[in-house]
Design a protein around this ligand. Structure first.
Ligand SMILES: CC(C)(COP(=O)(O)OP(=O)(O)OC[C@H]1O[C@@H](n2cnc3c(N)ncnc32)[C@H](O)[C@@H]1OP(=O)(O)O)[C@@H](O)C(=O)NCCC(=O)NCCS
Length: 168
């Protein structure tokens, strides 16, 4: 199964149920989940892993587990997922870095590798990120990998999100 090649500091691999403790810690952290409806329970973290496993099979990509090259420490997840935006299925780059490792450039390094994988391996011509207007860290990651604020969209939940996008 293809995934982005290792970067200077990070490596990608498929998420498995063996990642449940790490993923439940990441997605259960209220700070990491500030811009989501609520922090995820352990059962919801398991559903997240299973969703990505379905994506690997059905689409050949998903969010991957992100680890440090040096010692294999869990960093978070990053990858590509299909998202419906106003009736069109778009491919989104997504990223979550555990709190202790934020602010060291890992989010940007991982997202850039996923952008390159989308272009070079998957042959995609467009990449988006759907971001809460208050989520500056995520907006900066998107901007630093070349996405710009294209428009806003209102989700089925009524929530307004910014559409960041780039032609690849
Ligand atoms: C978004 C996220 C993945 C960024 O990861 P990271 O490894 O800390 O990002 P980087 O270190 O590469 O920093 C990227 C930029 O964000 C900025 N940034 C980081 N935290 C910030 C904050 N709280 N407020 C404003 N800017 C912030 C950094 O300064 C940097 O910009 P700069 O180069 O202009 O200084 C991380 O904050 C995170 O996991 N957030 C919670 C999950 C989330 O919201 N995911 C995105 C959903 S759309």
């Amino acid at each position: 199964m293809a995934h982005p090649a290792p970067t200077a500091r990070l490596r990608f691999r498929e998420m498995t149920v063996a990642d449940l403790d790490s993923m439940a810690m990441l997605l259960g952290d209220p700070e990491v989940m500030t811009y989501y409806d609520h922090p995820k329970s352990r059962a919801e973290a398991l559903a997240w892993i299973e969703w990505n496993q379905r994506l690997y099979t059905e689409r050949g990509f998903g969010l991957w587990t992100l680890e440090l090259n040096d010692d294999g420490a869990f960093v978070g997840d990053c990858g590509l997922t299909p998202q419906e935006v106003e009736g069109t299925v778009e491919i989104e780059v997504g990223y979550h870095v555990r709190r202790a490792l934020q602010g060291q450039g890992y989010g940007t390094e991982a997202a850039a590798a996923c952008r390159d994988f989308a272009r070079e391996t998957l042959g995609l011509h467009r990449l988006i990120a759907l971001i809460d207007p208050g989520n500056r860290a995520s907006q900066r990651v998107a901007e630093k990998i070349g996405l710009t604020h294209e428009r806003d969209t209102v989700r089925a939940s009524g929530k307004l999100l910014r559409v960041y996008a780039a032609a690849l």
